[in-house]
Design a protein around this ligand. Structure first.
Ligand code: TYM
Length: 334
């Protein structure tokens, strides 16, 4: 396939507000990469349905996520930011790809195992085939690169397996995508338990920093962050608390671990925690401000959604038409 620029594709689930993990593991990289690539970013609302949602809240969260993408620095005029559920090609290709995906490979997905343990009363088929919808998202846009956090790496691997399997049967239909995982912040851990990933749904209020937290809240959460024994600011496997804070500080400031160690030589954990809290809240303040402005401008958001949905439909339908033809579905009579 001839492409002027390589294609970047990514997205996030439309549940709750984003966390610092989503930001450092994904969104910040999206912003830094978007000049080099032709970019598509989805608000992944169909994926969110695998967990029961309260409809009015869900709708609000999805729109809020759309605005947050822009507030964090994505430009809806230069990249295509759209809603997954507004482009029916996603669900259609997911069905076709379901028929090229094995139960065995889906049952090996760690996210499926984790989520089914967490939502024992609702282990639905969507949760099981979730990675197939994700593969459809990526493959529809012929993506070359997919910037994600470490937790999505396995889903990228299955996407590549499905694409290769399909290409082996039908020829060169899909581009095989590569994951892009940033050097820092690819796995931000909980502030309350540094052995656990920072997550939107953590019940502990102090575990997770949200993108829309105000300055006082951010600083308070970092002051309370669990650290390790000892007093030295040093990156080490047996210091998961401090190492996590160093990942965060490095992710936000761009400083290396050596630079951070030097900066805090002779200073205690207290000073370091405060510095991390301040650096994070300085990074988030302009995002929060821009977010508030965007949410007050409904007409602008609507215009962006409409234009970008149309573009996403156009691009994805090209791939879908090809797939339909390859697998032998009867052509549409228009
Ligand atoms: P989601 O919504 O769980 O997370 C969105 C992005 O944030 C990253 N992330 C983290 N990175 C570092 N530390 C953390 N603690 C942390 N928590 C989350 C995730 O790795 C992800 O990059 N299945 C995807 C959504 C999706 C998608 C796609 C992504 C659907 N279709 C197509 C890429 C391409 C998900 O649930 O992400």
């Amino acid at each position: 396939m001839d492409k002027e620029k390589k294609i970047l594709y990514s997205g996030m689930q439309a549940t709750n507000t984003l966390t610092l993990g989503n930001y450092l593991g994904a969104l910040k990289n999206w912003v830094s990469l978007y000049n080099e690539y032709e970019c598509f970013y989805g608000v992944m609302d169909l994926h969110s349905l695998t967990v029961r949602q309260v409809p009015a809240e869900f709708r609000k969260n999805a729109r809020s996520l759309y605005a947050l993408y822009i507030a964090a620095g994505l430009d809806p005029e230069k990249s295509c930011i759209y809603f997954q559920s507004h482009v029916s090609a996603h669900a259609e290709l997911a069905w076709i790809l379901n028929c090229f995906t094995y139960m065995g490979e889906l049952s090996r997905m760690t996210q499926f195992k984790d989520k089914s343990a967490k939502h024992e009363d609702n282990v639905n088929a969507g949760l099981f085939t979730y990675p197939v919808l994700m593969a459809a998202d990526i493959l529809l846009y012929q993506a070359d690169v997919v910037p994600v956090g470490v937790d999505q790496k396995q889903h990228l691997e299955i996407t590549r397996d499905i694409a290769e399997r399909f290409n082996n049967i039908y020829g060169d239909v899909f581009t095989i995508p590569e994951p892009y995982i940033g050097k820092k912040g690819a796995k931000v851990m909980s502030l309350a338990d540094p052995e656990k990933k920072m997550s939107k749904s953590d019940e502990n209020q102090n575990a997770t920093v949200f993108l829309l937290d105000d300055k006082d809240t951010v600083i308070r959460k970092f002051k309370r962050a669990v650290t390790d024994s000892g007093a030295e600011v040093k990156y080490a496997e047996d210091k998961p608390g401090i190492s996590n804070l160093m990942e965060i500080y490095g992710g936000v400031t761009g400083k290396s671990f050596e630079e951070i160690e030097r900066e805090f030589e002779g200073k205690g954990y207290g000073d370091f925690k405060l510095a991390v809290g301040e650096a994070v809240s300085d990074e988030l303040a302009p995002i929060r401000k821009r977010y508030d402005e965007l949410m007050a401008d409904s007409a602008y958001i609507d215009k962006c959604i409409k234009e970008n949905d149309d573009k996403a439909r156009y691009v994805s339908n090209k791939t879908l038409r090809k797939v339909r033809k390859k697998v032998g579905l009867t052509e549409l009579i228009l």
